[in-house]
Design a protein around this ligand. Structure first.
Ligand code: PGA
Length: 259
């Protein structure tokens, strides 16, 4: 099963993940990171900033999970712009080594395969940061997504478009389609780190971690992964049946294991 770590706040979660990323880069300066957008990963990027002072990040590579289809790449809410603003610039990464799926409509039928090839050429993703949608999606793999899926175009659910309307002037401006790493793509990353904060995520987290393995709840795919870490605050943990066991396990974990 995934390791579940219940922390008291987002900053503690960010620190745990940032420490692991710094350790990875120290061991391999060409570490390949799987980057997520949305509100959830922000504490990780904030915690990374001071920790990367003096660390050579010139060879770090990164692949974003997803992108809207048809959005102008220069639009402030394109994930290309979001990753540049929230990750690449503050952390001093080399923009030429950071990719988002190509969401331009022209040639969209080829962009998934091209993205898969780029990830493979980089040697695969070492650590993939994940959030989870209120409908259980990871990346933009909406309910029903195949566990074997690769990077491809998906249609966003109304629920996801409503959730993301906060980033746009209105829900009508949220694109209908996205291009996202598939569940099969995500499962090939060497370490999955899924973060969730707040009561609104509690049901999705419990279903992903303790519910049946089902494409109807794409986050449950993490149960198939040999090294998955789920880091949640008390609110997001509030529907977990075995929360006491997870606390006990983590409290008794040998220091050498890391996350
Ligand atoms: P959020 O989105 O981090 O903005 O809540 C998570 C997701 O949709 O995967």
């Amino acid at each position: 099963m995934a390791e579940i770590v219940i922390v008291h706040d987002e900053a503690a979660a960010g620190a745990l993940v940032a420490d692991e990323i710094v350790r990875l880069i120290g061991a391999d300066p060409a570490t390949v990171l799987g980057l997520a957008t949305g509100s959830t990963p922000l504490p990780v990027y904030e915690a990374l900033r001071p920790r990367l002072h003096g660390v050579d990040v010139s060879r770090v590579r990164g692949f974003a999970l997803d992108e809207y289809v048809g959005i102008d790449p220069a639009h402030p809410e394109s994930y290309r712009s979001v990753i540049a603003r929230e990750v690449v610039e503050p952390l001093g990464l080399d923009p030429s080594r950071i990719r988002t799926p190509d969401g331009s409509a022209d040639g969209i039928e080829r962009h998934g395969e091209e993205y898969e090839a780029a990830i493979a050429e980089a040697g695969g993703i070492d650590l993939q940061i994940l959030g989870i949608g209120t409908d259980g999606h990871i990346g933009f793999n909406e309910p029903g997504s195949s566990f074997a899926s690769r990077t491809r175009v998906k249609t966003l659910t109304e629920q996801t478009r409503r959730d993301n309307a906060r980033f746009f002037d209105s829900i009508d401006d949220v694109p209908m389609h996205c291009i996202t790493q598939g569940l099969g793509t995500i499962l090939r990353a060497r370490h999955l780190v899924l973060l969730a904060f707040g009561e609104g995520k509690a049901a999705a987290v419990a279903a992903a971690v303790e519910g049946p393995l089902t494409a109807s709840l794409p986050g449950s795919a993490i149960q198939l992964h040999p090294h998955a870490t789920v880091i949640v605050d008390e609110s997001a943990a509030s529907h977990l049946a075995r929360a006491d066991y997870y606390r006990y396990t983590y409290a008794n974990k040998p220091d050498w294991q890391g996350i």
